[in-house]
Design a protein around this ligand. Structure first.
Ligand SMILES: [Zn+2]
Length: 72
């Protein structure tokens, strides 16, 4: 057990301070943190949006390396 109680007890501000959305997408959260963060953003609109933006940003970054920009 890796302190799951503590992780699921993290508040919105705690996740923001951890830059959890960025780490969730780009890697940087351990398994317990990912699970706890998922639980949080399923019920937190702000964090869900943050994750969505990070995912879009990450996809764009990949495209930059994969192919020339399509001209937005
Ligand atoms: Zn949140």
């Amino acid at each position: 057990m890796n302190n799951p109680a503590t992780l699921s007890g993290l508040s919105h501000d705690d996740w923001i301070n951890l830059q959890a959305a960025e780490k969730y997408i780009f890697g940087g959260l351990n398994e317990d943190q990912r699970d706890a963060y998922e639980e949080h953003f399923f019920s937190c609109y702000e964090c869900a949006e943050e994750v969505r933006w990070m995912a879009i940003f990450e996809a764009k970054e990949k495209k930059i390396f994969d192919a020339p920009a399509p001209g937005v």
